[in-house]
Design a protein around this ligand. Sequence first.
Ligand SMILES: Nc1nc2c(c(=O)[nH]1)N[C@H]1C(S)=C(S)[C@@H](COP(=O)(O)OP(=O)(O)OC[C@H]3O[C@@H](n4cnc5c(=O)[nH]c(N)nc54)[C@H](O)[C@@H]3O)O[C@H]1N2
Ligand SMILES: Nc1nc2c(c(=O)[nH]1)N[C@H]1C(S)=C(S)[C@@H](COP(=O)(O)OP(=O)(O)OC[C@H]3O[C@@H](n4cnc5c(=O)[nH]c(N)nc54)[C@H](O)[C@@H]3O)O[C@H]1N2
Ligand SMILES: [Mo]
Length: 845
Amino acid sequence: MKKMNRRGFLKSLAALSGTALLPMPLLAKDSIVTSVVTRPNGEKVDISNWKMSGAHWGAFRAKVEANRVTEILPFEFDQHPTDILDGTLGVIYSPSRVRYPMIRLDWYKNHHKSDTSQRGDNRFVRVGWDEALDLLYQELERVQRNHGPWALHTANVGWRSVGNVHSCGNHMLRAIAMHGNSVGTAGDYSTGAGQVILPYILGSTEVYSQGTSWPLILDNSKVIIFWANDPVKNLQVGWNTETHEAYEYLEKLRDKVRDKDIQVICIDPVKSKTQNYLECDHQFINPLTDVAFMLAIAHTLYTEDLYDKEFLDMYALGFDEFTPYLMGKTEDMVEKTPEWAAPICGIDADRIRELARLMANNRTQLVFGWAIQRQQHGEQPYWMGAIIASMLGQIGLPGGGISYSHHYSSVGVPASGASMPGAFPLNLDTGRKPKYDNSDYQGYSSVIPVARFVDCLLEPGKKINFNGQEVTLPPFKMAVFSGSNQWHRHQDRNRMKKAYRNIETVVSVDYNWTATCRFADIVLPACTPYERNDLDAYGSYSNRGVIAMHKLVDPLYQSKSDFDIWREFSRRMNRHLEYSRQMDEMQWVEQIYEDCRAENLKKDFYMPPFAEFWQKGYVLFPEGDNWVRHADFREDPEVNALGTPSGFIEISSRKIASYGYEDCKGHPIWMEKIERSHGGPGSDKYPLWLQSVHPDTRLHSQTCESEARREVYTVQGREPCYIGPEDAKARGIKDGDLVRVYNDRGQLLAGAVISDNFPPGVIRIQEGAWYGPTGPEIGAIDTYGDPNTVSLDVGTSSLAQGPSANTCIVEIEKFTGKAPAVTAFGGPKYVNPDGSPETAESYSS
Ligand SMILES: Nc1nc2c(c(=O)[nH]1)N[C@H]1C(S)=C(S)[C@@H](COP(=O)(O)OP(=O)(O)OC[C@H]3O[C@@H](n4cnc5c(=O)[nH]c(N)nc54)[C@H](O)[C@@H]3O)O[C@H]1N2
Ligand SMILES: Nc1nc2c(c(=O)[nH]1)N[C@H]1C(S)=C(S)[C@@H](COP(=O)(O)OP(=O)(O)OC[C@H]3O[C@@H](n4cnc5c(=O)[nH]c(N)nc54)[C@H](O)[C@@H]3O)O[C@H]1N2
Ligand SMILES: [Mo]
């Protein structure tokens, strides 16, 4: 049996000692955690009667009294719970809940011929479930009959809630697949550029790969570079219910930094939460200029003979095609010296040399975050990172090489090796056909890069490059969103407003009245994950266990689970039995659990019978063995060849070169950006870089609806805009002032927070702030502070076509005059079909 070294287990074994004589041979694997926990105020509370559930931000216990959740505390196992959990109650009891099926006023009157310029005025008519589902069904019939699969867009790559039975995108896709085909999406907003470029260079996406185990990094690294990376902030959430186990290792890293065992450097325009937590070195860099800096690092390694020739010979291809560019013998004919890079990246030439030598003379682990590829030419810094790591020659060694994932979902925590539960199927069962079995896309593409949806509406029929292929943008007539908040995640609101005038019908299924609902025509109220029964994997990469998600309360208002919504939809074509496989919610929960249990029994991992699991709320598996990324490749590059075209690391890529793209060539190059602060294009008019990083306080737009939680971080009821003291002073802005942030694309109101973490020329508004314009007109000011009101909507390059949210420059001023009220929250304006305000009496259904 494997050793268990977790504090949670130790605690529990002590608690267990009284029952140690009972015959429970496998109990230790699924150890018991004490049922008495401590409230934040120090009070002890017995949670044995509390229910269990989970979210991206952690597993939790909920106290339920008279069908109301009254208190939430972190799951006993979680040693590093996050404050985001405090927003959970406010999600359930938010004034922004979608209460009833709603139809946009003018769509209610004119259906697909409605006046689409009214979208966003937030006037909606309340209807019953049957009417809403009939309208949705008839609209899909019309689109399939009169047009075809190219006219329908289904998008499902958002952060839908955890829970494998109710995964809402799966339900939407399965039900719609029964009816007809549609245009789907490739990629995601997280790693749009990274997941396309890295398979050419390192043979896998890397961004979603398990990384070298933290204990080995802590034991072997001498230098750790967190490059555009803020793990202390970003590990608060995970793709499955998060365990927060990685924080245990960050604590140890902090000790090692203090003891000078490991030198950590954060290369980042701002002093991140991680840098503040570790009290480690900070290397400022001008935003969007990392590639210039990296080329100069490579130049130093090359010219000072600090690079590992044997490693390059044995494991990499194409170095000789890259060095002429580095040395200024080809293309721009400029040698990429530190002196060349210094004015671009804002780092002194000597300091660049010093950093290159530091990396070369020590066991160095490079750890990249993802924001650096969420910008124009985002492919390039990832490719250059791989080249530097190859020149250092430490790929495949413990504590050396490169990672693109250690800030995500507890990557680096040794995995248990157990199997995780499956999910409700998103595809049709084998052999079944859709009602409209039409695969004729009339020359349009059946899959688009996810972030190019708005382009389809503005430039239908346009041919764009995408990863060696040509994509023809379909002229959508209808789109259905579920579990993704398009009007948070996508860039450039005013461009979106314009584009949305060109689509006939938009459907949003959500539990909260996001801007995606406000700009939709048919809105269906899902219930929250806390109003249905489910189960989830505990840990995304650690496979720590399985947790129960007990239904805490009945669905509020007229909301229904996504399962029920789409089953009722499929009833309209008499396929509801096939849809559900004649199983109800609890039967699905049990079936998925039992399948997982059978799998794990084969692997010698014990899971108790379902009833016992459900009652107890969880199963835990012990931590597995340490592991080194790419160690097998290093050991034998022939047998364990990479998934690249050559099987080796590709410093230059003939494949990419063969595409002939101007903005992604056969090796990385420094390219100036469309717009850039710190002396870059456009900076005389808009001198400030607006970074829209992932929120410390939320998961994207989720929990922004929680009023209690917003109290904690908003400024005058608006989203904070972080700014350094110099920039604030130069503009007469004081901490707590209302500010207007603007550029040629749009304008928003936010609340100034002055912080020393921000150098001149850099401001931050966290993504996910709810969009609340004063009206439907293009250019209307956003009253709450959504950074995507002003962000840039272009693809990263012809290769990946990922989103470029972080390429964004703005100006900011103190807002004087009378501030418009925040319109982002609180749901729709309920109106009667004649447009008059709805009252309780006027509604009959
Ligand atoms: N400016 C800027 N923009 C960005 C980013 C950035 O860094 N800067 N980051 C991008 C990235 S990486 C990402 S991943 C995206 C995130 O974009 P999204 O994934 O769209 O963001 P969320 O706010 O998590 O939206 C999830 C939505 O699903 C709903 N939902 C949750 N559970 C359920 C359910 O069970 N049923 C139904 N029907 N609905 C449910 C929630 O209420 C919410 O509205 O944003 C992208 N946008
Ligand atoms: N709390 C919380 N955690 C999350 C999420 C969340 O919403 N909330 N979302 C999750 C999701 S979906 C994702 S995709 C990941 C996102 O993970 P990332 O994309 O890695 O995270 P960000 O927070 O956007 O940015 C990380 C750091 O990159 C720096 N940076 C930005 N641009 C540059 C640049 O040009 N050069 C350099 N050197 N540094 C730069 C920023 O200053 C910031 O410190 O986070 C996940 N974790
Ligand atoms: Mo993401």
